[in-house]
Each structure stands twice: as structure tokens, then as C-alpha cells.
Design a protein around this ligand. Structure first.
Ligand code: 6R9
Length: 656
């Protein structure tokens, strides 16, 4: 049975790309050679090849004041011009940029010429509202074209956007607006979610109200409101402006000025291990270079024929780099979808792939696993034959899910690129190149050409092949974060202090190098357990549990244990199809034994809890911290970032 070898460390299957794929692929082994021979020269070439520079740069990297890097520092460019005008000027104005599908099934098809015009009008409106170079604009929108248009309009003015995911609460929005000192907020009346309008503007109103009592300086002067949900909204006529009144009335002429390569482009907040979210700061030239470069080579992009679809919301970094900046810088055609995967029916995503002829599909393991749970008969109802490449991002993908993705969605032939990167890295760092790499289920494998990654022990010594440790980036890279907004000390302390003497960037992820030197990501190091002095990965045990025929999904945490230091505690969701055919009696014991056999007795969970749901953030990451609270019998901590805040009380009940 293939599933019996389906856990990380025994995984040895390899899938080279087919001859047909290789024949058409733009991926060239010379990229690796060139980057290895002269890393900085290589990035200089990419920056010139990928982008239009109003003023060419003469120096690639200035690393004289680490960890504060400057890339292409004396060059000038306009990010929006690179994503829009230059394609129109090159005669590609009629190419579709965005194939948008709304949740209720409405459609918009927007060409590069139309998108450029819309961004120019919006830039004029924002300029009229006082937005200029360096000002901050908060964007709180559903997945509608105006989200992308807003980002590009802000970028066009040399201003800085801070996109806040539409699922965040008024409180989260408020803290982000305050931290960045935003002058304008762009929002919508509401957006569609699971067949209903979900209001957004009330959260903005609430975030902006009652400020004086707290002694906070209210920085927001205007709110630009897209009409999408048609729901009633409160209106402050001094402050609020309808998009559909202001934007069409604005001039469609707008000249994109050139800004320095290191001009800030955006702030994106991400949660750290403690306290307040960190405002990760990215700048223009280096970020756009690596976003475009990775989008081109990792996805083997043929912009004339491909239809790309990244399912991420623009509220996450994946939406920034692989919905907005990478695809548009490359002149690609892409699908953008407002809704959720399962509404109004569980085949909605596959229906969209069929309808638009999607060729490259990029999504997260958590989505793949929930589709696995529903069964292959759902995707099999649709024609997915247009797909030629699949991507994964966001968390380690267990070999079971990888194989299912390839077999069921990819017709047993599409390469899968498992891409490791972070909000902080700005763009993909580790991934196969699909036209070159023989892929391995569960491994992100190799740094992209130009990126230097290694695995070290706690003291920064490289562990070498066959060993595990901490993932580090050993050389600066163009799309690296330039800091944490307003907090240079936290920037140094979080990412650079640990390996200060070596100058390595500490990613916070555990990883292992196999005998071939390929990377296997093992989850956040705060998720690495230490049981009786043995290092165990949550991912590895989860992967083993999911390989059992009964299990749909699993989350593992290390819970404090008097004798072993930490003990393995597992939360599992059982497949409906299994329960239909088997009694659940004895299943907990079976699962414990299974892990013991698969990985070794040391990995055998102390407790296995069968639950109906797992606590996930809105971006789909399992919040193990909360499960640890349950496993350790504590009161469950802050659940406000959960997609469904009720999940934890259900789990606590089920565990009792
Ligand atoms: C892009 C994104 C970053 C963290 C990162 C790691 C995990 C992302 C992964 C992966 C294993 C992959 N992660 N991709 N782990 N394999 N292919 O997700 O950014 O939201 O900042 O999360 O996600 O733990 O450190 P972000």
C-alpha cells in the first residue's frame, strides 16, 4: 500500500517533468550556473530584463550597513508603470489582465489597456485627496478588481499601501491604520461571502470612531468606498467618497513619475510569536524584480497562452506577489475570484478552472486537504485538462496531499512546485523549477537561482546533508524585507540577532536536508517538539497520521509533560467515508500504534483527540498555540484571528 510509506522521512518517490513539459519550458539550467558564478551580477541582469528603469542603476547591492540592504539603489522606476503602461505601449493593451469572477457569478474581463486607464483615474482621485510620495493608504476590500487597482494607484503615486485582509475585525483594522498613520482608507460597502453580502464599511466606521478619548491622533482624512454589496451604509459626507462617483469623473491622463528603487512600496502586517503584529516593509525595485522573476521561472510562464490563477486573497503576501505584482509585471492573464471554494457548491474552484481554461494553479495545502476530505468525485466532474502546472504555498504539504493534488487535479502528469517563502522574504525563495527539477512529494527542494539558503544548528553551523536544523538565508536577496515599520530594533532582534556573527537571516522554520541536499520544511521552529531529548517535527507526525486510511486532517502539538519534557498530542479529523464503513472503536489506539510504527515509538502520540474541525486563521494556517492550550488543560488564549472563533469551544467540549 503506497500510503504506508507516505510520511516525510521515508518518502523517496521522484517525478521528473515529462519530455513534453521540458520541450516547452522556459526554465534553463544556465540560470543556476549564472547565479552561482556571480550572484549580484545575476540579479542585476534579472532587474534589467524584468523591469523598465526610468533611470538605470549602477550598483546592484549595497550591504554596507547590514541588515539594512539597498538594492539597485541609484536606479529609478515606477512600479505601476511596470505593471501596466509599458505593456500597453508594447502593443499588448488588448490582452486580458484579469478574468474576474464574483461570488454570485458575475464576471468582468479587464484588459491591460482598461486596467491602466482605471489605475490612472484612481491615482488622480487619490492625488486629489492629498496622497503623494510616502503617504500611507489602508486598503480594506474584498477580492474585487478595485483591490488590485487601488494597490497600483497607490504605487503609481510613490505612496505606500497597507492592505488589511477583509476578514479582519474593526480592532485589527484600527491598530494597523494607527501603526501606519494612514491618511486614506479604501474600502467597499460590502462583499459577497457564501451567498450573502458581508458588510465591510461598518468596520471602517468603527475603526475610525471614538479616537479622541484614547489620545490617539486620527490620521485618516478620507474614506473611498467601492459599491459592491449594495448594502446600506452610514455616511459621513465630509469624509466619505463613493468610488463610482469619483473615479469615472477623474481624468484618465496620469503620468507615472519615477521613484528611487528603495522607495517603500507597501507595509503588510503579519503576526509574530508574541504581541502586536509586525508591519513588514517592502520597497520597490528589488521586490518587483524578484516577484516578477519567480513568477516567470517558478511558474514557467508563457504570458501569451497561460491563464494563471493564484487563489490567495490580496490581504496576504501571496496575493501581493502572485496576484498583483508578479503576474502584472509579466503581462500575464489571470483569474481573480471573489468567493470561497465551496459556495454555492463544493466544485466551484474546479468549475472556474474549466470555465476559464486555467493552465497554472497556485493554492495552499489546507485547501487541498479539505478537497481530499470531500472526495475525488467532486473535481472529477469537471474538465481540468487545461492545467499544466500546480503550485503549493503556505505550509508544508504532506506527501499524501501532494500525491492527491498531482493525481486528481493534475491528471497524474502536471509538475507540482512546492514554494517556500514568507511575508518577510517578499517572493518565492525555495521551489523546484518545473522544467528542470525532478520533484519529490513533500519537499520544496532547492533555492531558486540567486537565493542562498542553508540549514544550521542553533549556533549557525551548517548541518550538512542528512541532517535537520534551522532554515537560514545566508546572503541578502532583492525582495527581502527592509524592516518592521517604525521598529528597527525589533527587525534586528527578530531576524538577525540569532546569527549575528554570520550575518544569516533567521526564518523561524525548521528544515532538513536529505541525502541529495534537497530541503524538507518541517514547520515553524516554535512547532518543533522536543520529546525526551529527541527533536520531532509536528509536520512529520501529522503527515504520518494523514497517511492512515481513516484520517482526513491532523494537527499535532507538543504539550508540556513532566517526564518527557514535551509530549505529542494529536487532534485528528476522521473521514466521513471511513466512519460510514467502520466503527470508530479502538481507532485512537490504532492511530497511536500507527505513528509508532511509521516513525518510531518516540513519536507515538500521548493523546489522540478526534475532533470535527481544527482552529485555522483566515489564511488557513492551523493555530497550534490554541491546541496546545487545550492539550495542556489551560484556558484557551486569544482566538480573534481565527476564521471561525467558535471552533475552539467545540474542540474543548470534544476533548472533555
Ligand atoms: C507565503 C506565506 C510564512 C510561513 C513560513 C513557513 C510557512 C510557507 C511553505 C511553508 C513549508 C512551504 N510556509 N510556505 N512551510 N512549505 N511551501 O505563506 O507567507 O503567511 O508569511 O507565512 O509559512 O512556516 O515561515 P506567510
Amino acid at each position: 500500500m503506497s500510503s504506508q510509506i507516505d510520511h516525510l522521512l521515508d518518502e523517496s518517490r521522484k517525478f521528473p517533468p515529462s519530455a513534453e513539459f521540458v520541450a516547452e519550458s522556459i526554465d534553463d539550467p544556465a540560470l543556476y550556473e549564472r547565479a552561482k558564478a556571480d550572484r549580484e551580477g545575476f540579479w542585476g541582469e534579472q532587474a534589467r530584463e524584468m523591469l523598465h528603469w526610468h533611470k538605470p542603476f549602477t550598483q546592484v547591492l549595497n550591504w554596507s550597513n547590514p541588515p539594512f540592504a539597498k538594492w539597485f539603489d541609484d536606479g529609478d522606476l515606477n512600479v505601476a508603470y511596470n505593471c501596466l503602461d509599458r505593456h500597453v505601449e508594447a502593443g499588448l493593451g488588448d490582452r486580458v489582465a484579469i478574468l474576474w469572477e464574483g461570488e454570485p457569478g458575475d464576471e468582468r474581463r479587464i484588459t491591460y489597456a482598461e486596467l491602466t486607464e482605471e489605475v490612472k483615474r484612481t491615482a488622480n482621485v487619490l492625488a486629489e485627496l492629498g496622497i503623494g510620495h510616502g503617504d500611507r493608504v489602508a486598503i480594506y476590500l474584498p477580492m474585487i478588481p478595485e483591490a488590485v487597482i487601488s494597490m497600483l494607484a497607490v504605487a503609481r503615486l510613490g505612496a505606500i499601501h497597507s492592505v488589511v485582509f477583509g476578514g479582519y475585525s474593526a480592532d485589527s483594522l484600527r491598530s494597523r491604520i494607527d501603526d501606519a498613520g494612514a491618511k486614506v482608507v479604501i474600502t467597499a460597502d460590502g462583499g459577497y461571502r457564501k451567498g450573502k453580502v458581508s458588510a465591510l464599511k461598518p468596520a471602517v466606521d468603527q475603526a475610525l470612531s471614538d479616537r479622541h478619548g484614547e489620545g490617539v491622533q486620527q490620521t485618516v482624512e478620507h474614506v473611498l468606498v467601492v459599491q459592491r454589496g449594495g448594502n446600506d451604509v452610514d455616511w459621513d459626507s465630509e469624509r466619505d467618497i463613493w468610488w463610482h462617483e469619483a473615479v469615472p469623473a477623474a481624468s484618465a491622463e496620469h503620468e507615472a513619475l519615477a521613484f528611487p528603487a528603495e522607495n517603500p512600496l507597501f507595509i503588510l502586517y503579519t503576526s509574530g510569536t508574541t504581541g502586536n503584529p509586525k508591519g513588514i516593509l517592502h520597497t520597490s525595485g528589488g521586490y518587483l524584480t524578484q516577484a516578477a522573476y519567480t513568477h516567470k521561472y517558478v511558474f514557467d510562464l508563457h504570458p501569451e497562452t497561460d491563464v494563471f490563477w493564484c487563489t490567495a486573497d490580496i490581504g496576504w503576501v501571496t496575493g501581493h506577489s502572485y496576484v498583483t505584482y508578479g503576474p502584472l509585471a509579466n503581462g500575464a492573464t489571470q483569474v481573480m475570484f471573489e468567493g470561497t471554494p465551496d459556495s454555492p457548491h463544493p466544485g466551484r474552484w474546479w468549475e472556474i478552472i474549466e470555465k476559464y481554461g486555467v493552465t497554472i494553479f497556485y493554492t495552499a495545502p489546507t485547501a487541498i486537504r479539505s478537497f481530499m476530505k470531500l472526495g475525488r468525485q467532486i473535481p472529477q466532474k469537471f474538465d481540468l485538462s487545461s492545467l499544466r502546472l500546480l503550485g503549493s504555498v503556505g505550509e508544508p504539504i504532506n506527501p499524501e496531499a501532494w500525491m492527491w493534488y498531482r493525481e486528481v487535479i493534475g491528471a497524474d502528469k502536471t509538475p507540482i512546485v512546492d514554494t517556500w517563502w514568507q511575508t518577510e522574504t517578499g517572493a518565492i525563495m525555495v521551489s523546484p523549477l518545473p522544467g528542470i527539477t525532478a520533484t519529490k512529494p513533500g519537499s520544496a527542494q532547492v533555492p531558486v537561482p540567486g537565493v542562498s539558503i542553508d540549514v544550521t544548528d542553533d549556533d549557525g553551523n551548517k548541518v550538512g546533508n542528512g541532517n535537520g536544523g534551522l532554515l537560514v538565508v545566508t546572503e541578502p536577496w532583492p525582495s527581502m524585507l527592509r524592516g518592521i515599520w517604525g521598529d528597527p530594533d525589533r527587525f534586528k532582534a527578530t531576524y538577525w540577532e540569532k546569527f549575528e556573527d554570520k550575518g544569516y537571516y533567521f526564518a523561524g522554520d525548521g528544515a532538513r536536508l536529505d541525502e541529495d541536499g534537497d530541503l524538507w520544511l518541517l514547520g515553524r521552529v516554535d512547532d518543533v517538539m522536543n520529546v525526551s531529548g529527541h527533536r520531532l517535527s509536528t509536520t512529520e507526525i501529522e503527515s504520518s497520521l494523514v497517511a492512515h486510511e481513516s484520517t482526513a486532517e491532523a494537527a499535532v502539538v507538543g504539550a508540556a509533560d513532566e517526564t518527557t519534557g514535551q509530549a505529542v498530542v494529536a487532534f485528528v479529523i476522521i473521514k466521513q467515508s471511513y466512519l460510514d464503513a467502520h466503527s470508530p472503536e479502538g481507532l485512537v489506539a490504532q492511530l497511536r500504534a500507527w505513528v509508532g510504527e511509521q516513525i518510531g515509538p518516540i513519536a507515538r502520540p500521548r493523546d489522540v483527540y478526534i475532533v470535527g474541525e481544527l482552529p485555522k486563521t483566515r489564511s488557513g494556517k492551523i493555530m497550534r498555540r490554541l491546541l496546545r492550550d487545550v492539550a495542556e488543560g489551560r484556558e484557551v488564549g486569544d482566538t480573534t484571528t481565527l476564521a471561525d472563533t467558535l471552533v475552539m469551544s467545540t474542540i474543548s467540549q470534544q476533548v472533555k
